[in-house]
Design a protein around this ligand. Structure first.
Ligand code: BGC
Length: 927
């Protein structure tokens, strides 16, 4: 029986049933549909699909598409199929369903009749169009006239990373807005479109609209802001209804060129006779301050419960003391179509200690991004402070060093009316420890509860192996990645940065896409990058450019092509490539225009950032890294042009890439097979891991020199670094791949499993629960965050080398499954929920051989390369023997099972075979 799962509209999965307020919103009149075909039969491929779209669920359930019916389309495509027919109207809910036909090669060993055809049932989902016509906004941006504020210093970096200053930022007290309207009859549907800058939370008759936190997502508010859509039908009543909104500062602060918080809200009511009414934000709204007397991303929140105004968001509240709102201006609005930031989990404290009287330290056992919820009971006016840190001092109190310029502290003032609960709304912290002071009495471990907060991306990957150190590194990477997804990919969650540094994002992107569904997130971020581009084509190191750092270091700016390519390779999104084609071209041209003779020696600022011992690269010339990225981006761009069918341009950029490679070798390749290191002196004997690995990665080394270049790399690992990493974030991304492809996966494994300095294992040995910014264990005020994701690229190596899953082309149609079974590894497995379905490979070593289970989705084929450790291998699949062939007859299938596309043949120490889609369980025994 074939089934369909994973329905998505424009990359967005259907929200969970439990959250009735969430809707799938598309910001287009012609959305694209995706689904995952499921068929347990081997060798199955989708032969046709049919999509129907209707306004009502009943029609779709009856198999009728009143808005659109694609008819039966003969196609194997299951991803991003665009709606045909007329444009959809805005602000409308639609139901859609898809059914597919699949053909599978039968179990019979031969014969033309061996193909089985089958049809799936309809599978249904829904989506909603956003406000597509700007004129449909009938609301005004409103704010509070002259709200109170206090000044806090924030870090501002402009032009150059060394030009960092502490500047005063006006942080406005929480602004509360309310309005009411009356309803004679209940609508069948009520949708709230809301953007409250910097952050907002909305209430309808006292009930929270949606579960989003730190909403809306970060953008450059000069150019656009995102609005969220909440279904609030269930919160309305006949008679008077109240709307309440709280606004916080977020990043909408003057220090970044913005101003006081503001709101745009529109409530669309739809009645059963088709009539529509809108309730809007306008000058008649009332405003006031309330209990949030301070809120800042870095400085935390101060909540004075004595200032609460019970019922402020309910009908009938006396708001005569509230001031009328003022009409202000605001940016262009676009729908927020990436997954929102949410509280995704709660974390109980694992331990509670008392380093000093009245000072209570809660240990959550894990570094993460979020806040804590406090429960307390005490006299009115009691001031309870909570501070946060990643580390403790030797005496067990908070070590605030790594927070650097971030105050990371919340204050709660009790109203004294029994048990009170506090959780801040408009801030977050990066921490493992929380210090509670001013608490009335003695707290228990439950007094604080951690709330894990980040963009709620779906988990799509899994990895596990028999080496617990590697599992721990993987876990640290997952926590590090999630802590740094705050609607933009941030560098860290704790100190006064938390910015969208492009380099950190691009280096970790393969890891991120394996582990999480990053499609909506990266689609949004690519738009941020596009909007940040200057007319000369340059980009900023930080996007959104709250810190305008133009022009970007090439290793950072590479995010533009890298993330766009990931959207195509991982998520099959060709239109993203189209949308950003001109922008990427302007960027790649900007790089080359600033590289006389194709050597870039002017744009690099960071290069192979954070190698052992320092932040600036001490062995890798920055111009080598910059020029290599010039090559990389030009090459990737030429591939993008080719994929888009722009053959002429593909050729132009491919030729340019070849010229850059030649210039690179002329400039940096020394006579003895080494690439230049710092200082760039020809007599220096050093060989650098990064300098060496980068050109090998892209096969840039001239013929005849390849072996020597690789041998020098091995020397850089074995002789110069005693089997350790000796690279910064750029080298770490490519080194292990290069070692494996060059036949020294064992060396990569040695590097990964080191527990002595420097290395990922060293971090674990020193108690890390996330990844550090530096290879060193540092706890002071410098560059030493304990939750940076930029070294997390190693996780991609786990998937590729230990799980063995290697995509052979963009879009997941064909794969290689080639695990490396290192001597001290007994088993490993990885799975990725791809756009085609779940790809999974897991293997186990036994005394007599090796077993491997593989799942391949419909329409996906794989080349399996099973390691053979021993003589006379015998291969079986689900107990059935598969005779090993000679290499000559490898392509011919003969009487073999039809799912076996080629092989098995023995090539060196691997048994190689090609298989069609399906689930397999192979056993290999050796004599
Ligand atoms: C950030 C990094 C960033 C770097 C630029 C740091 O302050 O935390 O992650 O990429 O600056 O070199």
């Amino acid at each position: 029986m074939i089934r369909i799962s994973g329905l998505k509209c424009e990359h967005m999965p259907e929200p969970l049933e439990a959250d009735s307020s969430a809707v799938v919103v598309v910001d287009t009149a012609k959305p694209r549909f995706s689904w995952v075909p499921r068929d347990e039969r081997r060798g199955s491929t989708q032969k046709a699909y049919r999509i129907i779209v209707s306004r009502d669920k009943e029609s779709v359930l009856a198999g009728v598409g009143t808005v659109w019916d694609s008819g039966k389309v003969e196609s194997g495509e299951n991803n991003l199929v665009r709606l045909g027919g007329a444009d959809l109207p805005e602000c409308t809910r639609f139901f859609w369903a898809v059914k597919i036909w699949c053909a599978a090669i039968g179990e019979k060993k031969s014969g033309a009749d061996a193909v089985d055809l089958a049809e799936s049932p309809w599978t249904l989902s829904s989506f909603e169009t956003a406000i597509l016509d700007p004129d449909s906004w009938k609301s005004s941006w409103i704010s509070m006239p002259e709200p109170e504020f206090d000044e806090t210093t924030v870090l501002l970096v402009e032009g150059d990373i060394n030009n960092n200053r502490h500047v005063a930022a006006r942080l406005y007290h929480g602004i509360y807005l309310r309005s009411s309207f009356s309803l004679e009859r209940l609508p069948v549907r009520a949708c709230m479109y809301v953007c409250g800058l910097g952050y907002n939370e909305c209430f309808v008759n006292g009930r929270r609209a949606g579960r989003n936190r730190l909403d809306p997502g970060q953008t450059d508010y000069r150019l656009r802001a995102l609005y969220s859509v909440h279904n609030v039908t269930d919160s309305l009543r006949t008679g008077e209804n109240a709307l309440g909104v709280i606004l916080g500062n977020g990043r909408y602060v003057d220090a970044y060129g913005f101003g006081k918080p503001r709101l745009m809200l529109q409530l669309l009511l739809e009645f059963d006779d088709g009539a529509r009414r809108v309730v809007v934000s306008e000058g008649s709204w009332k405003t006031s301050h309330g209990p949030i007397v301070h809120n800042g991303i870095y400085s935390g929140e101060v909540y004075d419960a004595r200032l609460e105004q019970p019922g402020w968001d309910l009908p009938g509240f006396d708001d005569s003391a509230w001031r009328p709102a003022e009409i202000v201006d605001g940016p262009k609005l676009e729908a927020q179509v990436l997954p929102p930031i949410r509280v995704v989990a709660t974390m109980p404290a694992r331990a509670l200690s008392f380093p000093e009287p009245g000072v209570h330290i809660f240990d959550f056992g894990q570094n993460f991004s979020g806040v804590v919820r406090l429960r307390a009971e005490g006299p009115r006016g009691t001031r309870i402070r909570i501070r946060f840190s990643e580390l403790l001092t030797g005496s067990g109190s908070l070590n605030l060093g790594t927070n650097r310029e971030s105050q990371s502290s919340d204050l709660f003032i009790l109203k004294g009316e029994g048990l009170e609960t506090f959780e801040p709304r408009f801030t977050y912290h990066g921490f493992r420890y929380a210090e509670l002071t001013g608490f009335p009495g003695i707290p228990t471990v439950d007094t604080l509860e951690g709330l894990v907060i980040h963009t709620d991306v779906e988990r799509t990957g899994a990895f596990l192996c028999s080496n617990q150190l590697v599992n721990r590194i993987h876990s640290n990477i997952l926590w590090g990645q999630l802590s740094n997804l705050m609607s933009a990919p941030t560098d860290c969650p704790q100190r006064g940065e938390r910015m969208g540094w492009l380099g950190d994002a691009q280096l970790a992107s393969e890891e991120a896409c394996n582990n999480f569904d990053m499609a909506g997130f990266y689609a949004k971020y690519l738009e941020d990058i596009r909007l940040a581009q200057l007319t000369d084509g340059s980009l900023s190191d930080v996007v959104p450019p709250y810190w305008p750092l133009y022009p970007t270091d090439p290793a950072w700016g590479s995010a533009y092509v890298t993330l766009a390519w990931a959207m195509y390779a991982m998520y099959g999104d060709l239109e993203i490539l189209e949308r950003h084609y001109e922008g990427m071209r302007r960027y790649v041209d900007f790089l080359d225009a600033n590289s006389p003779g194709h050597i870039n020696d002017s744009l690099g600022r960071y290069g192979d950032w954070c190698p052992p011992g320092c932040i600036y690269p001490k062995k890798t010339p920055i111009e080598l890294t910059s020029t290599w990225y010039l090559y990389n981006d030009t090459l990737v761009f030429s591939r993008i042009a080719a994929v888009l069918g722009k053959r002429g341009e593909a050729a132009v950029y491919a030729v340019r890439a070849a010229e850059i490679a030649a210039a690179f070798n002329a400039e940096f390749l020394l006579a003895d097979g080494r690439y230049a290191t710092v200082p760039m002196s020809k007599i220096d004997r050093t060989v650098g891991q990064t300098s060496q690995a980068l050109p090998i990665y892209h096969d840039m080394v001239p013929a005849g020199q390849k072996e020597r270049a690789f041998a020098r790399l091995v020397e850089a690992v074995v002789k110069n670094a005693d089997g350790h990493i000796d690279a910064g974030i750029v080298g770490a991304r490519y080194l292990l791949e290069v070692l494996r492809e060059g036949g020294r996966a064992d060396l990569a494994w040695a590097i990964v499993t080191q527990t002595s300095y420097p290395g990922w294992g060293y971090m674990v040995a020193e108690g890390a629960t996330t990844l550090w910014e530096r290879w060193e264990k540092l706890g002071g005020m410098g560059m030493n965050s304990h939750n940076h994701i930029m070294f997390g690229s190693v996780d991609a190596w786990f998937y590729r080398s230990l799980g063995g899953i290697v995509p052979l082309e963009a879009g997941w149609r064909s794969l290689r499954i080639k695990p490396y079974a290192f001597d001290d590894l007994d088993h490993a497995g990885a799975k990725v929920d791809t756009i085609r379905g779940t790809v999974c490979a897991s293997w186990k070593r036994s005394e007599k051989g090796f077993s491997i289970a593989v799942d391949l989705p419909v329409g996906v084929t794989a080349e399996l390369e099973i390691p053979v450790h021993g003589e006379n291998p015998v291969l079986s699949e689900s107990e059935e023997l598969l005779p090993i062939r000679s290499v000559e007859s490898a392509g011919k299938n003969g009487g073999a099972p039809r799912w076996l596309l080629a092989g098995p043949v023995l090539r060196k120490d691997r048994l190689c075979l090609s298989v069609a889609s399906g689930s397999y369980s192979f056993g290999l025994s050796v004599g």
